[in-house]
Design a protein around this ligand. Structure first.
Ligand code: ATP
Ligand code: MG
Ligand code: MG
Length: 530
């Protein structure tokens, strides 16, 4: 870090979890293993950890694995890895599926207390009844009948069981529709990635979460506030079962412009081949943004600085990338690249035709970054955009010295070559053009600079929008360039700066005969594409 000093990011929010006691707070992060973690999950994970940490309490990582249709071991493993990467450590890792027996017993208790019933009303009809506030024809089934259907038919996944679900008997006319006899259990014959075929029915999220939160000793359940309508339901379940109540604490979801944060929709992009995988640099997953050049420090700083805002925010990506730039700029080694298209050969007439090398700092302001060899030669390359020079003009070659242009060969508007004389006595403070140059020796390296656009064309997709109607036609852009010899040694994941071009992350290191592939790291400046 800059001069060894670490910038600490202060949260811009006050810590005030209601009823929180020092040393006694237990929070939980409950991902469903149905996809890779994305930047929204990172917010939830880091906030939970933040509160647990600040109250010297505990964080539980709980896999909310109650829907075998969507869940996979692969996702579970990736979540464990990504949390470790984020530096989010829980005191323990648990699984909702560890409580299937307990939840089954508690569901029976609900039935016996007259607080739940089995219902085989067809889905559409049930939805309709819930909308208008009508009672189900099955609402007054006897406890015996309900027990039979639940413990025999549903539990064994029989034909009869599959038609039924278990519903909490709360209030079918409640103004809050979440209280209109919500579903608690339903059958699913898909094998579960942990419990196999042992269960044929599974608790619904709405039943599972209040039960497991209470049993696991969670004191504060942080939830995104799209669940706010379901809070009374959560409390009803704990009360009906005589379980210890848990404080619910809402925070706003984070969204990003032109970005989908739904695992189901991201899976669609993978399945359709629009992206190669969940770590695609266009994806808002932890892996995707890392591959694009986001640092963990930048990501954490961003989330902590946003705080647990109650508003659902639609963030612009430039904010988070600008924070990332603050992390990488002081440490990213600086190298040189020249765009291959119409690169302009420059001949220095008064320099011997013999290449030589000097050690130069990799970062002018931070000597800790170390040194690098720089090759000097009488034949150079410069960018076409820098070659708009006139004969007799004095300019500066960065980190070398001034030169005086003696000849500019053009074809139309395109500069084809330049001749010049090195003029080391010249004062670089008096020139207006400081130009990047690269020795045109066989040491130079081919690089493929890749930039990306958002997958979606619309800033904010509305509920009624179909995201498939808003796909950006082209999202990947390649630019060939030549870079200095130091690029040969870079490894995957290295973050560098090409002077006067920007920041890049190495995605594929250089191999003899194959260019190094580097991804452009957005730096938060309002470039049209971002
Ligand atoms: P998806 O809709 O993509 O499946 P989810 O919310 O169902 O996402 P979970 O695995 O259940 O995914 O989420 C784990 C935790 O992350 C939950 O507490 C959830 O509220 C939180 N979370 C998910 N998305 C966001 C987001 N965009 N902003 C903040 N928190 C989020
Ligand atoms: Mg979920
Ligand atoms: Mg969801």
């Amino acid at each position: 870090k800059n001069g060894g000093k670490k910038e600490t990011h202060k949260a811009n929010f006050e810590i005030d979890l209601p009823g929180a006691e020092m040393g006694k707070v237990v929070t939980r992060f409950p991902p469903e293993p149905s996809g890779y973690l994305h930047i929204g999950h990172a917010k939830a994970a880091i906030l939970n950890e933040y509160f647990a940490h600040n109250y010297k309490g505990q964080l539980v990582i709980r896999f909310d694995d109650t829907n075998p249709t969507k869940e996979k071991e692969e996702f579970q493993d990736s979540i464990i890895e990504d949390l470790a990467l984020l530096g989010v450590k829980g005191e323990k890792v648990t699984f909702s599926s560890d409580y299937f027996d307990t939840m089954y017993d508690l569901a029976i208790k609900l039935i016996k207390d007259g607080n739940a019933y089995c219902d085989d009303t067809p889905l559409e009809k049930m939805r309709e009844e819930r909308m208008v506030g009508e009672a189900s024809a099955r609402r007054n089934r006897s406890v015996e009948e309900n027990l039979h259907i639940f413990t025999e038919e549903m539990k064994n996944g029989t034909e009869e069981g599959l038609k039924n679900c278990l519903r909490a008997k709360i209030d079918y006319t409640a103004p809050n529709k979440a209280l209109r006899d919500p579903v608690m259990y339903r059958c699913n014959l898909t094998p579960h990635h942990r419990t196999g075929t042992q269960w044929k029915m599974y608790p619904i999220y709405d039943f599972c979460v209040p039960v497991v939160d209470s049993i696991e000793g969670i004191t504060h359940a942080l939830r995104t506030n799209e669940y706010r309508d379901r809070n009374p339901q959560y409390q009803w379940i704990q009360k009906a079962l005589g379980l210890r109540p848990v404080e619910i604490w809402d925070f706003g979801r984070v969204n990003f412009v032109r970005t989908l944060l739904s695992k189901r929709k991201l899976q669609w992009f993978v399945d359709k081949g629009h992206v190669a995988n969940w770590d695609d640099p266009r994806f808002p997953t932890i892996r995707g943004v890392r591959r694009r050049g986001m640092t963990i420090e930048g990501l954490r700083n961003f989330i902590i600085s946003q705080g647990p805002s109650k508003n659902i925010i639609n963030m612009d990506w430039s904010t988070i990338w600008a924070m990332n730039k603050k992390v990488i700029d002081p440490v990213a080694p600086r190298f040189t690249a020249v765009y291959a298209e119409n690169a302009v050969p420059v001949k220095l007439l008064n320099v011997p035709a013999e290449a030589y090398t000097e050690e130069k700092p990799k970062h002018k302001k931070n000597p800790e970054v170390g040194n690098k060899p720089v090759v000097y030669f009488n034949e150079l390359l410069i960018d076409q955009a820098d070659a708009d020079l006139v004969e007799g003009e004095e300019i500066t070659f960065m980190d070398w010295g001034n030169v005086i242009v003696s000849k500019v060969n053009k074809e139309g508007d395109v500069v084809k070559s330049i001749e010049a004389n090195l003029h080391l006595e010249g004062d670089f403070r008096k020139t207006s053009k400081k130009i990047t140059w690269l020795a045109n020796t066989s040491d130079k390296v081919d690089v493929d600079l890749v930039d990306f656009d958002h997958l979606i064309t619309k800033d904010k997709l509305e509920e009624e929008d179909n995201f498939e109607d808003f796909l950006t036609p082209e999202t990947e852009f390649h630019t060939k360039a030549f870079a200095d010899l130091n690029i040969r040694k870079l490894k995957t994941g290295d973050i560098i700066q090409f002077e006067r071009k920007g920041y890049y992350r190495v995605d594929q290191p250089y191999k003899e005969g194959k260019p190094a592939v580097l991804f452009t790291i957005p730096d938060g400046k309002a470039v049209s594409k971002y």
